[in-house]
Design a protein. Structure first.
Length: 119
């Protein structure tokens, strides 16, 4: 089992920055791919950024490329540095840990942290 706790959300003006953290406990997350998802108001939860278990590969959805950076210290914490925030970045941000060991998939979620960007 992996427990994930997000922190670092808050209210910020457009153009500002926030740094989200996802702290893991239980099993180490060093063998898990990690992702940050966003649930915008009235919309489905969508992947914003992801990082491979080694940290060597990253993915960003187009709308955040060049503004957000995902990183990990591998064993316990994943970060999302968010710069140049826009009102459309508003939402609840969730941390996800995923590992596939066929035929099993191990998928864990945090409780989410609210990010609100005012115009």
């Amino acid at each position: 089992q992996v427990q994930l706790v997000e922190s670092g959300g808050g209210l910020v003006q457009a153009g500002g920055s926030l740094r989200l953290s996802c702290a893991a406990s239980g099993r180490p997350i060093s063998s898990y791919a990690m992702g940050w998802f966003r649930r915008a108001p009235g919309k489905e939860r969508r992947l914003v950024a992801a990082i491979s278990w080694s940290g060597g590969n990253t993915y960003y959805t187009n709308s955040v490329k060049g503004r957000f950076t995902i990183s990990r210290d591998n064993a316990k914490t994943v970060f999302l540095q968010m710069n140049g925030l826009k009102p459309e970045d508003t939402g609840v941000y969730y941390c996800n840990a995923k590992r596939v060991v066929p035929p099993n998939t191990y998928d864990y979620w945090g409780q989410g942290t609210q990010v609100t960007v005012s115009s």
